[in-house]
Design a protein around this ligand. Sequence first.
Ligand SMILES: [Zn+2]
Length: 424
Amino acid sequence: MLRWSRVRLYLSIITCEGLIATMRERVQFTPNTKRYRSPKPSSKAQKSAALTFEPPLWDYCGSLHVHSTYSDGAEPISGVAAAANEAGLDFVLMCDHSNLDAITDRQTGWSGSTLVIVGTEVTTDTGHLLAVDVEPDYLPSPHEAVAAQKHILDKGAIGFIALPCDLKDSWRDFSKHVDGIGLEVFNLSAIARTKINVLGFISIWRRYHSKHRMRAFHLVSARPDEELRLWDRMMRGENGQARKVVGIACVDAHGVMKFMGKTYYFPTYKEVFQTLRTHVLLPTPLRASDDAGADAQNVHNAIRRGHCYMAYDNFADSQGFRFHALSSDGSAAATIMGDAANISSGQGTFDLQAVTPKKKSFMRLLKNGEIVSSGPGNNLRYRCKGPGAYRVEAYLYKFRIGPLYFGVKPWIFSNPIYLAHSSN
Ligand SMILES: [Zn+2]
């Protein structure tokens, strides 16, 4: 029987849906909302925190969900690590299919300037899951989806639903989502699949064989609309309170592609590592000691807490992006993305602030999936009162005429700050 996902894939190929979406994304309308020109820091403590981004954080970039010859990837881990070194990655997370031999074979740790950490991708009766921060005894994993997610949590690991809205192999039943399991919001392979059509293929092929080969990847570096809508929906709790769901960006890199019975070594590991990354914010720097295990734990902790953001670094280096909340009276410590703050502490209001490292960007602040503030510039401030999950999307643009932006590129997507009313 023909599966609906297959029908969707064929329809998207025929209608060039993905390419049209990319073209549409390049022009956007964003009015300057009043609240964007927002309150100045109201206390000395808040002012200094806003300027220095206290607490100080170390920003490291990595590629997540990478396959090696331990499953269906093209290169052994040493080859993947060499590509990660060349691409300038600080860490790489291997996720071979139901395989943790890399841990027993001692393939983890520093390889040149890249930290290799190992998780796994398991297949359930509903779709794929990533399990991170695991021990070799984690496998085998149950085949039933809910049992597999509980297995992740019971083992103290970090779990993500992978390929949630993929055209080929999506997660088929979201009633089977266990609290505490995160979401692969970006999967570069799944996004690329939406761009496969005759016109899209010709454009990508032409750019790939030109002088500026990396420009081919601009066409697949798109905002995953459906996955973001899903993520916002998953975070909607009761009475406007938000549910924490950590989001990550994954490349699902194999270094090889099979098409009509032929094997192509495209795209290379290095190319995808230069495209989409997850940045983690760490309280202490990596390589502070010789203990690679402690470094891996540092990265795992940030992923577990959602102290991370997702970025298309092929458009511009996103390092330095920050998003935090400060209580308006400066009484509480800054809350960073991934964390929750109680809006009853402080005087009931929080100032959210986001800063990008590029001036020619515009930002949108979303509360429970709805845009509440937007406008140009690399510094967004917003005073908020209500509870909810607040997250930021930053875009680059070429030029603008009033509220119309041209040459828009989706760039940075933060994890949310969860503001909640206290229950007592
Ligand atoms: Zn995979």
